[in-house]
Write a protein that binds this ligand. Structure first.
Ligand SMILES: Cc1cc2nc3c(=O)[nH]c(=O)nc-3n(C[C@H](O)[C@H](O)[C@H](O)COP(=O)(O)O)c2cc1C
Length: 203
């Protein structure tokens, strides 16, 4: 079967893509509401883009026609944000943080999550998450008519919890099983790591 996307509605295209591009990592994004509180929301249109500079991307849709989601508006107006990698035990909180609250209201306070300050960084990170990417806005490109905001973040520093750090051949290795990252499938489904297979690359 071939699905011709040119004949499909944005919703049908969305459902086709999110069930095809799986499993997707989840960027759990903390951004600055500008009123002394921080916003938190999950985004699974999330990827690494380049290494030097170290750029990552998230794609953020409109809240409703003509209105940007808070994360998009916050990053546009105040540049710094923090992307967390959530683990399995946080699946409920990740999902709950996608609820639409009133503008400027904090999902962090609402969910009773704990944050911790980061040295030399204006925003805190979520205390429980084992990885946090400290990002500065690099560029925002509007894609399509809706439009969708392709937000590129320059990762200035990475927080890694000591419990997930190991070494292999004198290089830093993150223990994926100990990280136990949560990933998104289509609809309301999530997944976690299954078997890890190691295959040496050709010389
Ligand atoms: C696991 C998960 C992944 C999501 N991924 C995206 C995404 O990639 N892009 C998007 O626009 N919304 C995504 N959403 C929906 C947003 O999280 C939701 O619209 C949220 O309310 C946005 O919050 P904000 O207005 O505070 O930025 C996702 C929701 C969940 C639960």
């Amino acid at each position: 079967m071939i699905i011709d996307l040119s004949e499909k509605s944005p919703t049908e295209i969305y459902y086709t893509l999110i069930q095809s591009i799986i499993p997707r990592p989840i960027a759990w994004v903390l951004s600055d509401n500008g009123n002394g509180t921080n916003n938190l929301a999950p985004f699974s249109y999330f990827s690494g883009v380049s290494s030097k500079p170290p750029i990552v991307s998230i794609s953020v849709g409109p809240k409703n026609p003509g209105h940007k989601k808070d994360t998009w508006r916050n990053i546009e107006e105040r540049k710094n944000f923090v992307i967390h990698i959530a683990h399995e035990e946080m699946a409920e909180a990740v999902t709950a943080s996608s609820a639409s609250l009133a503008d400027g209201q904090s999902e962090i306070d609402h969910l009773g999550l704990e944050t911790i300050p980061v040295e030399n960084w204006p925003l805190p990170r979520l205390k429980e998450c084992r990885i946090a990417l400290l990002c500065e806005k690099f560029a925002i490109h509007e894609i399509g008519k809706a439009p969708m905001g392709l937000i590129l973040g320059n990762v200035k520093a990475v927080y890694l919890d000591n419990t997930i750090i190991t070494t292999e051949n004198n290089r830093l290795k993150i223990d994926a099983k100990k990280l136990n990252p949560l990933a998104r499938l289509g609809g309301d489904d999530y997944t976690t790591l299954g078997n890890i297979i190691t295959i040496k690359r050709p010389e």
